[in-house]
Write a protein that binds this ligand. Sequence first.
Ligand SMILES: CC(C)(COP(=O)(O)OP(=O)(O)OC[C@H]1O[C@@H](n2cnc3c(N)ncnc32)[C@H](O)[C@@H]1OP(=O)(O)O)[C@@H](O)C(=O)NCCC(=O)NCCS
Length: 259
Amino acid sequence: MREIDGFQIQTVADDPGLVDRIQGLIDSVWPSFVTQSSSPKGHPLPFSWFGIYDLWPQLQFVLLDPVDGEMVAACNALTLAWDGAAEELPDTGWNWAMHQARKDFEAGRTPTMGCGLSVTINPARRGQRLSGVTLRAMKQLVEETGVKRFFVPVRPTTKARYPITPMGVFCRWTNAEGLPLDPWMRVHARLGARVVKPCNQSQPLAGTVAEWEMWLDLPLPTSGEYVGPGLLAPLRVDREADEAICMEPNVWMEHPLAK
Ligand SMILES: CC(C)(COP(=O)(O)OP(=O)(O)OC[C@H]1O[C@@H](n2cnc3c(N)ncnc32)[C@H](O)[C@@H]1OP(=O)(O)O)[C@@H](O)C(=O)NCCC(=O)NCCS
C-alpha cells in the first residue's frame, strides 16, 4: 500500500470499484458546464472521458483517510509519447493530451511524458493544504511509469473572476512573493513547477443555448458574447445554430521529475 503524509494512495488498478467514487466526487463538485457539455464541431474527443480508467488505471487515484476510509481527494492523469520542446506544447492543451495519449496508446508508442488532468479535493477537506499533498502523490505515480517529463494544463481557480483578461496575461500575474497570483497555480509553483505558457483552446465546452441557460442559470436572449458565473472565458452564443461555446483556456505548467 502506498502512502503520502499519512494518507493511503489507492489507484483504480488496485481497486476498480473506485471509478464510481471518483466520478461521484467530480460530478458533485465541478460545474455542470464542465461535466455535462460536449465537444463542439471540429473538436471531437476520440473517446469518452471514462476511457482513461481502462487505459491508465494506475494513474486514476484517490487519497484515503486511514482512520475512517473517507475519500479526501480524487485525481486523473495519463501518459503520452511527446518529445517536443515545452514551449511548443499545443494551444489545445487538455483536449490535445486526451487525443494524443489515446493515439499513442493504440500505436503502442512508449510514453515519454505524464499529463495531469484533474485534482478534486473533497469539499469537507478543503482549506487544509491537501491539494499540494495530492499533487505530490500524482507526481509520484507519474514517476513510477518511467516517463521523464510531467506537464499539467492547469485550470486556475480564480480565473473566473477575470473572465475577459487573456490567459496569457493572467498567468504571468504574481504576488508579493513572486509566486503566481492564482492560488492553484501557486500550489504547483511551490512544488517547483514553472509556468510554460497559456493553452487558450484547452477545453472546448459546447451545448445548446437552453443547456447553457440552465448550467449558468442565466437567460441568453441574443447571439453574442457573455460572461457568466464560473466561466474562465467569454461564452459565444449563436442562437441561429442553437449552439453556445466556451473555449476554456488553461496554463501549461511543467513539474520537474527526478532524473
Ligand atoms: C483547487 C483545489 C484542488 C484546492 O484545494 P484546497 O483544499 O481548496 O486548497 P489548499 O488548502 O490545498 O490551499 C491551496 C492554496 O489555495 C489557497 N486557497 C484555499 N482556499 C481558497 C479560496 N477559497 N480562495 C482563494 N484561495 C484559496 C490557499 O491559501 C493555498 O494557497 P497558499 O499556499 O499560497 O496559501 C480544491 O479547491 C478543489 O478541488 N476545487 C474544485 C476542483 C478544481 O478546481 N480543481 C483544480 C483544477 S484541476
